[in-house]
Ligand binder design. Structure first.
Ligand code: HEM
Length: 412
């Protein structure tokens, strides 16, 4: 049986991946003229794949488990044992239903409403100051997320929680001391979240019954038994942490608005333009480089045979920049979404079916907050100005951000 997928050609690509960041896959796909290649990454043979067919193959229901594919250093910051991402089959579907219920359009809209109110308050509290927009948005979103979950904001030290939730995303890609420190601090946040779950269950904390915290606290496993408080806490953090991470997309949105200011007027008045702009921000800007999975059953892709336990990485960034799918893939052009056949699939938050696979259940909430932010940021008079600064974003640094989180001067 001849191996149809090319090899990346080096003994081990882990260092190359760390050094090249988001560009790692793309460079090799074009050098090898292939949508998949074999390599060794983070201690294991891995097939790296991009494009429409790769996304479909990788995302077929129950084909690729996530838990064992992710290095423990990242796993313990981003997901942790017992979380929806570590589950598969019936148990996964059961847990995933909960996320879909509490992240539907109505909940997404509630989050965007809170964000708009908290943003207005922060902008007037810090009027005249020059701040990191990413940092400001992460504090604002922490407050919004806490309240949206059903936890009274006065019981929470918002700035400290913002810093800790942010560190989980910031250090997931690191190994060694910075990662250990972030993991130790994550355990502190987990204890806090477990207390919130227990307080909600015992009624010590009065939480509205339709609030996400109540729903998580009431959640049972596929066996019908109430989740233990630790697992429920992990899922509560699976809401709070990524909501705060939307701050990265808000900094990118502001960056795009600065670079493509011709869109300001349309963004003020036209909801469709805001949606197209937000989608292009999600396509063009780097967030998660890829998702790792381990085959649970044999299958073939492009002639390559996967056996159970084999690892693959769907390169999200390269798929969203795939020249075979997107015209002028490297140009930022929200207009490509006008009229409905932009190319695709658009996969910054994973691919495939959201209910039966691991695709992110938070896409609606992410887009709702982004479009709300775009309306606020493009408003007249502008809520902030952008002082002269280096606007180049390095694709080598994972996770990426504009330098300094984008410095902005809030309206005085
Ligand atoms: C899963 C990206 C926002 C909750 C994922 C995955 C990615 C992702 C790449 C993995 C998909 C896979 O394994 O195939 C993002 C990005 C976001 C974001 C870039 C922007 C900030 C959110 C939000 C929430 C959320 C706002 C909830 C409030 C989750 C959960 C999973 C997940 C619970 C695990 C789903 C499963 O395993 O079935 N996300 N996400 N994410 N995301 Fe997001």
């Amino acid at each position: 049986h001849e191996e149809p997928l090319p090899s990346a050609g080096s003994l081990d690509d882990s260092l190359a991946f760390l050094r090249e960041g988001y560009g790692y896959g793309g460079r090799r796909f074009s050098r090898l003229r292939a949508d998949g290649f074999r390599t060794r990454l983070l201690g294991r043979t891995t097939v790296v794949m991009r494009g429409r067919e790769a996304a479909e193959a990788f995302s077929a229901p129950d084909r690729m488990s996530r838990g064992s594919a992710i290095p423990a250093s990242a796993m313990h910051l981003l997901q942790d044992e017992g979380s929806v991402q570590s589950l598969s089959g019936v148990a996964h579907r059961h847990r995933k239903r909960m996320f879909l219920e509490l992240l539907d359009d109505e909940y997404a809209e509630r989050l965007a409403e809170r964000f708009a109110a908290d943003w207005a308050e922060a902008v007037s509290a810090e009027a005249g100051r020059t701040v990191s927009l990413a940092e400001l948005c992460s504090r604002v979103l922490t407050k919004s997320a806490v309240a949206w979950c059903g936890i009274p904001v006065r019981l929470v030290e918002v700035d400290r929680l913002a810093e800790r939730l942010g560190a989980m995303v910031e250090h997931a890609g690191h190994v060694g001391p910075r990662n250990w420190l972030a993991r130790a601090r994550r355990r502190g946040v987990e204890r806090w979240a477990a207390e919130a779950v227990t307080a909600s269950r015992t009624g010590r904390l009065a939480v509205p019954s339709d609030a996400p915290l109540s729903i998580v606290a009431r959640q049972t496993g596929a066996d019908g038994a109430l989740l233990d408080a630790g697992t429920a806490a992990v899922e509560l953090l699976n809401l709070l942490r990524p909501i705060v991470a939307i701050s990265r997309y808000l900094a990118f949105s502001a960056h795009a608005l600065e670079r493509h200011s011709g869109w300001r007027k349309a963004l003020r008045s036209d909801a469709e333009a805001r949606l197209d702009f937000a989608q292009e921000v999600r396509r063009w800007y780097p967030f998660f480089p890829g998702v790792l999975g381990t085959a649970t059953a044999p299958f073939e892709w492009h002639g390559h045979r996967f056996e159970p336990g084999d690892r693959a990485m769907l390169d999200l960034y390269a798929t969203d920049h795939d020249p075979a799918e997107w015209t002028q893939a490297d140009d930022f052009e929200p207009g490509r979404f006008l009229g409905g056949a932009p190319g695709g699939p658009l996969v910054p938050q994973g691919a495939g079916d959201v209910a039966s696979g691991h695709r992110c259940p938070g896409e609606g909430a992410t887009v709702a907050v982004m479009t709300r932010f775009l309306a606020l940021a493009a408003a007249e008079p502008a809520p902030y100005s952008v002082p002269d600064q280096d606007l180049r974003i390095s694709l080598r640094r994972v996770p990426a951000l504009p330098p300094g989180g984008l410095r902005v001067r809030l309206r005085g």
